[in-house]
Design a protein around this ligand. Sequence first.
Ligand SMILES: C[S@@+](CC[C@H](N)C(=O)[O-])C[C@H]1O[C@@H](n2cnc3c(N)ncnc32)[C@H](O)[C@@H]1O
Length: 254
Amino acid sequence: MPASTPHDSWAEAYDLACDEEFGELLGRITAATLGLVADLLPKPGAIVDFGAGTGRLAIPLAAAGHAVVAVEPSAAMLDVLAAKAGPRGPCRVACRMQDYRGEARFDLALCAFGVLSYVTTCDGLDAALAAARASLAPGGRILLDLPRAMLFASRRCETARILREVDLEPLGAGLFAYCERIELRDPSHVPSLRRYEDRFKIRAWSRGDLDRAAERVGLVVETDVSDRVPGSGADWLLLAPHDGISALPPRGSR
Ligand SMILES: C[S@@+](CC[C@H](N)C(=O)[O-])C[C@H]1O[C@@H](n2cnc3c(N)ncnc32)[C@H](O)[C@@H]1O
């Protein structure tokens, strides 16, 4: 894992920053995503949430009875998830999506809220999708979102509780230098820290990029379900192995 993992420095402030900036819209997006998952998996199943963050989706899905594994490279984000979820929450795995090699197989692999943008190379995108494919049980599918180009713009949010500034500097070929600065104005939230800064690169993947990577690793976009998550500014796609065989044979039998 790189020395400085994105989100580590401001994990404690992540939920507050998202709530302050996106407010009710985020609540609606969360409810819509959980509703979509409920339609895809009407009975409790096995779900892997790649880039689970602080558990916005993983925690309610575990509470709904699914067996959930939260895969997340930021140990600090996972710590926040664990503190919120308590002992009955999702299992946690600290690693990047593209490095995930778990033995368990899942009915649904989730990759939501821009997680693929943190993967910045074509090889990385292939590896991330291949890892998701390899994690699927027979009949399993991948639900992911692809933020649209308009979301890759600098923005500023000022409320009574925070000042959040996100700068995105285009570097060409869909790459951006991302700089996040947060000032907490309400010391009761995280008393120990008042200012956070984080810098990393992100990439705006087009639908064509995604389709080509999916094809390279044996996946196909089965359905565009964007209309199920209105207002998110992203395309929501359901992918499946194109040969209908989701899981690789267990290790040892290959
Ligand atoms: C915008 S947050 C979304 C969190 C969560 N999926 C949600 O819906 O609330 C993106 C998350 O992806 C994680 N991430 C960054 N690089 C990743 C990678 N290579 N593989 C998996 N997750 C990654 C970040 O640490 C962060 O927690």
